[in-house]
Design a protein around this ligand. Structure first.
Ligand code: FAD
Ligand code: SF4
Length: 415
């Protein structure tokens, strides 16, 4: 806490209690480190808070259970229905005003069901702990064609605006583990998102800004495709992720990273256009969390400060983790030709175009090995397929984007 006195008024700057750590804590941890990897930061926070710890050792013997958390969804799964929140006169009036003044904005209010009071946020927290947490881990990376929320908590907006504290959310999850009601891979995976990722991206943001926002390591210049604003695309995975965003102002992490994000990476969308979109469309949007995720994780624009390699993937990954492709007019197995999944040729095109910057990365060695073994004829066919696709991609400069979000200027508000 800082105390100041000037001629007129004395004032105090309080630390923000919506987080476990302060930006100064992060700075101290980051000092002298060449790489700022999440895993080491997270372990330190586990030790500091004692969450999921037995003395100095992690509960269950491991820090991280990620390898158990990669199951795709199965047809027979049923997902917990959400609690339905009533709307008082204030909420009704706010929804009415939003419809009136922002009627050209992307999004629908018909299904509005976000918690707007502390009581509603607690209902959502308890509902998730009881009905979602146990399966959160193994289906954490899954994507569904029909279910937007799966076993995710949907608590980000409530935590970001202070209706819930991250401490109470993590303690509720830990208590559920100790009561024997959720497995360690689920509880550790969930706590890592909050005690690890959420704190880490905030620390990174405040230690790297304002320069961070200017980063564009791969030199991307393309405008955002127009369909990001209205979901009018025949690529099923993108259509569903964007339509779910329109309906709920929500998409889960993998939809943001591996569907809308991955497509933007493969097409070379310029960072400010993509950031504007993520900031405009999600209920939980805040620049301190959005920017590192978009620049660092999605676009590899910070040159590897956050992620040791770009999260680029072909249609094969989306086919493995989701049930989208069976509903799509494209085939994830084809790379060229009229039925070929656009992600496939774009993937190889991305690797080829950015080879100078990426092919010395040890984690990309295998994939660049496959590219170099590919016959030149095949490479040329893929190149043409991708370039024809990109040439036809309708971009959103002036299209579809509501006037008041055009050139959305990122505000550096400390939160
Ligand atoms: C491009 C991109 C943009 C994003 N923009 C935002 C944003 O503006 N605001 C925001 O709150 N989150 C953002 N995220 C992170 C993440 O996608 C959301 O927090 C999560 O999808 C919210 O859904 P949930 O509450 O059901 O999360 P769950 O999957 O249930 O996870 C639990 C909690 O962990 C935290 N969390 C999970 N992943 C991350 C992450 N990568 N970074 C930071 N915290 C995380 C959130 O507080 C979340 O509520 C972004 C991710 C990407 C890839
Ligand atoms: S085939 Fe390609 S475009 Fe269609 S849903 Fe699968 S990954 Fe998406």
């Amino acid at each position: 806490m800082q105390q100041r006195q000037n001629n007129a008024l004395s004032w105090q700057l309080m630390e923000d209690d919506r987080f476990f750590t302060t930006p100064d804590d992060f700075s101290r941890w980051a000092e002298g480190r060449k790489q700022l990897r999440l895993e080491y930061f997270y372990r330190e926070q586990r030790k500091r808070t004692g969450l999921l710890m037995e003395g100095d050792t992690p509960v269950g013997g491991q820090w991280n259970y990620d390898h158990d958390n990669r199951e795709p969804i199965k047809a027979a799964l049923s997902f917990p229905a959400l609690p339905q929140h009533g709307q008082d006169s204030v909420t009704k009036e706010a929804l009415h005003d939003a419809a009136h003044y922002f009627d050209d904005h992307m999004g629908s209010m018909e299904t509005f069901n976000l918690p707007v009071t502390r009581r509603q946020a607690l209902v959502d927290l308890h509902h998730f702990i009881e009905h979602g947490l146990a399966d959160f881990g193994r289906y954490q990376d899954a994507i569904s064609d029909s279910a937007p929320f799966l076993y995710h908590s949907r608590l980000s907006a409530a935590m970001n605006i202070g209706l819930l504290s991250p401490v109470e959310v993590c303690e509720a999850a830990e208590a559920h583990y100790h009561a024997g009601k959720a497995p360690i891979n689920a509880v550790e995976g969930f706590i890592r998102q909050i005690l690890g990722w959420r704190e880490y991206v905030r620390g990174l943001y405040w230690t790297q800004m304002p320069g961070y926002k200017q980063k564009n390591q791969l030199g991307f210049t393309r405008e955002l495709p127009a369909f990001y604003w209205d979901a009018d695309t025949d690529m099923r995975c993108l259509q569903r992720a964007i339509q779910m965003t329109i309906d709920n102002s929500y998409a889960n992490h993998i939809q943001r990273l591996m569907v809308t994000g991955n497509f933007a990476l493969l097409c070379g969308i310029k960072p400010e256009a993509l950031c504007d979109w993520y900031l405009a469309v999600y209920a939980d949007a805040s620049e301190w969390v959005e920017l590192p995720n978009t620049l660092g994780m999605v676009l590899h624009a910070d040159g590897g400060l956050m992620g040791s390699k770009p999260y680029c993937a072909s249609g094969k990954y989306i086919d493995k983790m989701s049930d989208h492709c069976q509903h799509c007019r494209y085939s994830p197995k084809e790379i060229t030709g009229p039925k070929a999944c656009p992600f496939n040729s774009l993937y190889w095109h991305f690797l080829e175009t950015n080879a100078e910057q990426l092919n010395r990365n040890p984690r990309m060695k295998l994939i660049y090995g496959s590219l170099s073994r590919m016959k030149e004829e095949k490479r040329e066919a893929i190149r043409q397929q991708a370039e024809q696709f990109l040439a036809k991609l309708p971009t959103s400069e002036g299209y579809g984007q509501p006037a008041h979000t055009q050139g959305y200027s990122h505000q550096e508000t400390r939160s």
